[in-house]
Design a protein around this ligand. Sequence first.
Ligand code: PGA
Length: 261
Amino acid sequence: MDVWILGSAQAVAVKAADLCTELIQRKPDARLGLATGTTPQALYAELIRRNQRGRLSFSRVETFNLDEYLGIGPEHPRSFHRAMRESLFDLVDIDPSNAHLPAGDCDDPATEAEAYEALIGARGGIDLQILGIGRNGHIGFNEPGSSLGSRTRVKTLSRATLRDNQLGEPDFEAPSMAITMGIATILDAGALLVLATGAAKAPAVAAALEGPLSASCPASAIQLHPRATVLLDPEAAAQLRLTEYYALVDRARRRLAADSS
Ligand code: PGA
């Protein structure tokens, strides 16, 4: 794991945007795995800025979102389809037919989940998967207890997630389940880009990066990925124990960059 402790949440967004930009400039038809939620919003704002300044094009990029609530359609105000359109897709030059999310309003969720998993494979897999971390350690909607070998499927949302996503108590109005990429699906990506900002994420970040590999903390599965970059602000990094080592690595990285420039 390549752990970066940056100066601020904005620095996390800029560094994440740099990594996405490098990939898309090297591979204009890159396949990006995307996440919803609060954490990637500053990254998306930065990507939009770069796109609008003509520095970055999404015209050939294909995207696959991690998850969608079950039982609501793409126009629903709480749907991830809508959130992604409003925070990224409508504001850049992506071809909407290249922006994929599972259909929350499908008739047969198990079949939809299998089809989504198959689509990712058929398109050649995800080059770079962006991930947030839930306060309970989830990635996608892989709640604590999710199999580390899981594939895209239906998951019941935990009470912690319902609270964090302001969905209130499960009822007939609010979604209580989702279709999510599985942990093994996420680990299939060529590289992971994990973002966490703010003090509320500090315990989950420490468990994910330095705790045991465990289904109890699905984000700990990123330890298995040989190409995982983790970008943190100081608040999210506050409970890490290996900070001295991460700082050493950072110094070595800067030395190498200076030598090669
Ligand atoms: P957040 O969610 O970015 O809204 O904190 C992260 C997640 O639930 O994965």
